[in-house]
Ligand binder design. Structure first.
Ligand SMILES: *[C@@H]1O[C@H](CO)[C@@H](O)[C@H](O)[C@H]1NC(C)=O
Ligand SMILES: *[C@@H]1O[C@H](CO)[C@@H](O)[C@H](O)[C@H]1NC(C)=O
Length: 232
């Protein structure tokens, strides 16, 4: 229980290990080991909680929920990216973490459900990479293009995404009443992903203040499978 509390405190406050350790009377090294242990135990559970509803029937109820917001049809998720601040990782590829807004980050892609669930997350991209690059290289794209389960299902994204048959984006210049309605309905429905980021970042301020770990991985992680954070 102490290990779990120490880790939650670290994730909640973004304190350095030394502070998290101090309040639990353990050394900096132990605090580091404990956080690592608990995070990897949590990661082992991720497939149980971070997943699309596993049947057509459940997906249909997601569609109905999305539809009830602003009448947007067939939607099963809202996709967007958010930058999570990280310490400068150094090394030859460290510069790839510098994002357009001028700080070091990872560009994290989330697909949110109607009740702010996280159906899918991709965390392996340094901040320099564009939202569409993350999506293009994600397994989700492949699923939507070739899995029967996702036939007739839609994702919605903002104007940063390229429009696809299964990924709809706002119109840049809506003219007719139908286009204006489409645009408004899409934007209102897509709002769930913004709210998901808001809730997550308030609950775990380390995601806004930055992950200041002294063991941030030096090497570029993107050939590796996607994890929530890279702790090791
Ligand atoms: C995404 O992939 C499509 C082809 O599948 C390509 O045309 C497009 O340029 C790619 N976009 C980015 C930003 O990589
Ligand atoms: C789309 O609709 C929203 C909501 O009415 C509006 O705020 C936005 O400016 C519109 N976008 C464009 C590109 O017209």
């Amino acid at each position: 229980m102490t290990r779990l509390l120490l880790t939650l405190r670290f994730l909640a406050t973004g304190f350095f290990f030394i502070c998290a350790g101090d309040s639990f009377g353990v050394s900096r090294t132990s605090a580091h080991d404990i956080v690592q242990l608990v995070i990897s135990a949590l990661l082992d559970l991720r497939h149980r909680y971070i997943r699309f509803p596993p049947s057509r029937h459940l997906l249909d109820s997601v569609k109905r929920k999305f539809h009830s917001m602003a009448s947007f049809p067939r939607t099963i998720g809202a996709v967007d990216c958010t930058h999570v601040r990280v310490q400068y990782p150094g090394g030859e590829e460290g510069y790839l973490y510098m994002n357009r807004k001028g700080y070091y980050s990872k560009n994290v892609q989330v697909i949110a459900g109607p009740d702010l669930q996280i159906f899918n997350i991709v965390t392996r991209w340094p901040g320099r990479f564009h939202d569409m690059t993350v999506f293009n290289n994600s397994r989700v794209r492949h699923w939507f293009e070739s899995t029967p389960m996702f036939k007739d299902c839609l994702l919605i994204g903002d104007a940063g995404y390229e429009c696809r048959p299964y990924l709809l984006t706002p119109l840049s210049n809506p003219q007719t009443p139908a286009e204006v309605n489409y645009n408004e309905s899409l934007i209102r429905t897509r709002n769930v992903v913004e709210r998901t980021f808001g809730v997550l970042k308030r609950r775990f301020p380390i995601l806004s203040t930055g992950i200041q770990c002294f063991f941030f991985p030096p090497a570029l992680p993107y050939p590796l499978p996607s994890l929530i954070f890279y702790y090791y």
